[in-house]
Design a protein around this ligand. Structure first.
Ligand SMILES: [Zn+2]
Length: 106
């Protein structure tokens, strides 16, 4: 039997019989839409964007940079209990914690 614990509070979700919520996040370097030139937009704009992304990859990192690139592209997956899931939905980036930290410094 697969065993799940909440990644935030450590609560055993499996034995508590509560619902389990999975949160997936991905972080990667964005590209600037303003860099798309007019000639790229002659055809289907979505196609131009995907062309650009493919071109981007073609001129992508050199071999010695691939590890760095992997570091810049991160995927996260969390198992959360219902109460932590509720907290996550209210504050996905933990901004309230950041504010508390700022105030405590003053
Ligand atoms: Zn939890």
């Amino acid at each position: 039997m697969v065993h799940f614990t909440c990644d935030l509070c450590g609560k055993d979700i499996t034995s508590s019989g509560e619902d389990r919520f999975v949160v997936k996040m991905e972080a990667f370097p964005g590209f600037d839409p303003n860099e798309i030139k007019e000639e790229d937009l002659e055809d289907d704009p979505m196609e131009a964007v995907s062309d650009m992304i493919q071109r981007d990859e073609a001129f992508g990192p050199l071999d010695h940079e691939s590890a760095d690139d992997a570091c810049r592209r991160k995927g996260f997956r969390f198992d959360l209990c219902p109460s932590c899931h509720g907290k996550f939905l209210r504050d996905p980036l933990g901004k309230s914690h950041a504010n508390v930290f700022d105030f405590s410094k003053n």
